[in-house]
Design a protein around this ligand. Structure first.
Ligand code: CAA
Length: 284
């Protein structure tokens, strides 16, 4: 299957990175979001990220211009008609994602493949919201998307080998490696990562250490590039809460229960970097 045009739905942290890497790899990208300010912010973020590469001599100015020329932003989902492959990166809520997949299924040609960047939600449930569950799969990028070389590929109950093959080919075109994970809550990355972050939240709540001390131990003592609390702020505390909730409900196992401190911070609107405040504070 020859893929030329890619749709990305949701222009937040992950969506803008996903749009950038596809445009850099030569695909025509249409980036959709309901909010114009989010689209404007996404374009600025992409411009900054590409400018950094030009400054470092890793990207020619002409390639930066060509990349930006391949990127179109829009608030109209209908503008995706005719694309071959869509990556959904909207809010981490099953009902919202299912409604979007049903709309995309009605809008797109029968050959088009629908991928979700979900961190934890069932790909099988998203496939079941369409008439093409064989052409629905998970394509889970890592943040920051331009830097992280790995993509989790998740097969729902009905996902075909052909669809996984197309996604693998796209990963290769992006210079990334696709690794398959089965469709269980949290897949591989968050199954392993979230219990560690949650434990770090409990450690703060119980006064085991300050956020600075906990992060210093994990960075200096275990060579993690970021401490767990800085990483949680980076991911978004609301996203961490959503993922842990999916895991707790999906497995019915109390070991995944979100830490009460995390719930309280999210209720306060302290969502991490994107809101300027989480375990740390950030310049706007
Ligand atoms: N876009 C483009 N390039 C970026 C970037 C961005 N948003 N952020 C950083 N970079 C580049 C920098 O330009 C720099 O490039 P050079 O080495 O070529 O100079 C490089 O990445 C390193 O950046 P910095 O020197 O600024 O800072 P750093 O060394 O502290 O690295 C980091 C920053 C790459 C984010 C690093 O701290 C890191 O790897 N952190 C862990 C990130 C992680 O675990 N991500 C996965 C989160 S989980 C997830 O995404 C999935 C989920 O479902 C929750």
């Amino acid at each position: 299957m020859e893929i030329e045009a890619i749709g990305v739905v949701g222009a937040g942290t992950m969506g803008n990175g996903i749009a950038q890497v596809f445009a850099q790899a030569g695909f025509a990208v249409r980036l959709v979001d309901v909010a114009t300010p989010t689209l404007d912010r996404a374009r600025r973020t992409i411009e900054r990220s590409l400018a950094r590469l030009v400054e470092k001599g890793r990207l020619a100015a002409a390639d930066r211009d060509a990349t930006l020329g391949r990127l179109r932003t829009t608030t109209e989902l209908d503008d995706l008609s005719g694309v071959d492959y869509v990556v959904e990166a909207i809010v981490e809520e099953l009902a919202a994602k299912r409604a979007l997949f049903t709309s995309l299924d009605a809008l797109l040609g029968s050959e088009a493949i629908l991928a979700s960047n979900t961190s934890s939600i069932s790909i099988t449930a998203l496939g079941a919201a369409t008439r093409r569950p064989d052409r629905v799969l998970g394509m889970h990028f890592m943040n920051p998307v331009p830097v992280m070389m790995l993509v989790e590929l998740i097969r729902g109950q009905a996902t075909s080998d052909a669809s996984v093959g197309v996604a693998r080919g796209l990963c290769a075109a992006l210079g990334k490696t696709g690794v398959e994970a089965a469709d269980y809550p949290g897949f591989i990355a968050n199954r392993v990562l979230m219990p560690m972050l949650n434990e770090a939240f409990y450690a703060v709540m119980e006064g085991v250490g300050t956020p600075e001390a906990i992060d210093a131990v994990m960075k200096g003592g275990l060579h993690h590039p970021m401490g767990p609390l800085a990483l949680a702020d980076f991911i978004g505390l609301d996203v961490c809460l959503a993922i842990l909730t999916v895991m707790q409900e999906g497995f019915g196992d109390p070991k995944y229960r979100p830490c009460p401190l995390l719930r309280r911070m999210v209720a306060a609107g302290h969502l991490g970097r994107k809101s300027g405040r989480g375990f740390y504070t950030y310049e706007p």
